[in-house]
Write a protein that binds this ligand. Sequence first.
Ligand SMILES: *[C@@H]1O[C@H](CO)[C@@H](O)[C@H](O)[C@H]1NC(C)=O
Ligand SMILES: *[C@@H]1O[C@H](CO)[C@@H](O)[C@H](O)[C@H]1NC(C)=O
Ligand SMILES: *[C@@H]1O[C@H](CO)[C@@H](O)[C@H](O)[C@H]1NC(C)=O
Ligand SMILES: *[C@@H]1O[C@H](CO)[C@@H](O)[C@H](O)[C@H]1NC(C)=O
Ligand SMILES: *[C@@H]1O[C@H](CO)[C@@H](O)[C@H](O)[C@H]1NC(C)=O
Length: 518
Amino acid sequence: MAAPGAVLGLMLSVILWADGSAGIGFRFASYIDNYMVLQKEPAGAVIWGFGIPGATVTVTLCQGQQAIMKKVTSVKAHTNTWMVVLDPMKPGGPYEVMAQQSLWSRNFTVQVHDVLFGDVWLCSGQSNMQMTVLQIFNAVRELSDTAAYQSVRLLSVSLTEAEEELQDLNAVDLQWSKPTKENLGNGDFTYMSAVCWLFGRYLYDTLQYPIGLISSCWGGTPIEAWSSERSLKACGVPTKGSLLSDSVSGPSQNSILWNAMIHPLQNMTLKGVLWYQGESNVNYNKDLYNCTFPALIEDWRQTFHSGSQGQTERVFPFGFVQLSSYLSTADDPPVGVPQIRWHQTADLGFVPNRRMPNTFMAVALDLCDRTSPFGSIHPRDKQTVAYRLHLGARAVAYGEKNLTFQGPLPEKIELLSTDGLLNLTYHQSIQVLRQDLQIFEISCCSDRQCKWLPAPMNTFTSQTLTLSIRSCRGTVAAVRYAWTPWPCEYKQCPLYHPSSALPAPPFLAFITDQASRH
Ligand SMILES: *[C@@H]1O[C@H](CO)[C@@H](O)[C@H](O)[C@H]1NC(C)=O
Ligand SMILES: *[C@@H]1O[C@H](CO)[C@@H](O)[C@H](O)[C@H]1NC(C)=O
Ligand SMILES: *[C@@H]1O[C@H](CO)[C@@H](O)[C@H](O)[C@H]1NC(C)=O
Ligand SMILES: *[C@@H]1O[C@H](CO)[C@@H](O)[C@H](O)[C@H]1NC(C)=O
Ligand SMILES: *[C@@H]1O[C@H](CO)[C@@H](O)[C@H](O)[C@H]1NC(C)=O
């Protein structure tokens, strides 16, 4: 049935064209529009669109009245698409991008204006990414703080689903725009993502050149919905989802949002991706998350790299937010929260690591919000989340040296059995905000049975901490930190890095080398 339809389509376009509409079917991709930010050097930005097969397309970049670059291509048969890669451009603007279709000596032109070159970041995930500036702390002040950020531009993808991978977006909620109070605070969980916006603002403060932010997220969605069939297969995820938990309230079908909301962006040149998701997986394919998340990252990287003709870096920077804290409800106890936090790091506790190269993470377990009107699962302090994320971006994506972007983790763990102590040496200085009797736990084993017991914090120096393990009569097999859904009150976890105020991430370490074993 496809062939007659296609023929009809072509006839229709010729007829209308004779009628003077030379541009029928000729357009940019849905997300190429006025006010957009295109990826700056060293990459080349991709411009693409649709047209009449066989037509020649000339893309011209203009500054004022002056054409400064021209690229010529033709519309491919089958897909009716055309694409050019611009030469790498320094950050700045504004420019106009013109595309002209020429066929049978007739021309048709489309153009977009006020286009900037800078860094383009794609923000995805579930409701904590979708939360708007209207919903966060100090909303009024944050909403009015846009005047200085007119070179930070926003695009918000509509919430749509598709059974097959789409070539272009079905719709956008907010076409490329300058930031205003209205489009940052349109409503609850509508455009624009607060984390994405605040990240862009912090980044702009540092970089002082244009930043493009694309929000493509949907509340209550599991990672499987955002993953391609390929990456799910690589992790052995069942094709049809298993029994869903209450934490999944958005679309959950495998690949359904990947198809509609991510895949269509693949031909765009990007700097990197931000991700805030995982709540919907605490009770759903939880123990696959240490595979599905690294696999999603790898698959998105591969897709965007080839989709942009190699312009988006193959291992582009990928930042994410480690789950914050929320209170249990009887129906949906967030028992899997510590596991998802751990799996978000591919079970290593820190990033980047060998399984997740060129990634960065904002630890958020101390940013709980008991009285959030949107439920404690939606903490309102998104400023700190975005601030921590932007530190990671500066260090990992922009190569800033000597910038602390991660809180302290132990690099040496020594069992001082005779003293009943476990000695942790951290990789950086620690600030002990308070002594906690419960937040460290040891796995205590005897007769092949192990159980977790609290290991109270004992003495500490600027980089070491001792835990009391006297309560264990057997062998200490492992130690873990902050392994609960809600480990501390707001910004009151026991351990931070002193000058950056970054919290110690949760960790789990096995203790292998101990005399008592032999
Ligand atoms: C169409 O565009 C081409 C190249 O820009 C130009 O040479 C030609 O004169 C145009 N034709 C018409 C009919 O305007
Ligand atoms: C993921 O975590 C589960 C549960 O802890 C474990 O059984 C599995 O081996 C891990 N898989 C990977 C790929 O690390
Ligand atoms: C986008 O990228 C994909 C994968 O490389 C390619 O098949 C498709 O043709 C590209 N789209 C355009 C408009 O060139
Ligand atoms: C980074 O810090 C180290 C130790 O404090 C110092 O020796 C080094 O010069 C610093 N490097 C840069 C690039 O600032
Ligand atoms: C713990 O380790 C640190 C560093 O190795 C050391 O200075 C300290 O004395 C140790 N503490 C105990 C109680 O052994």
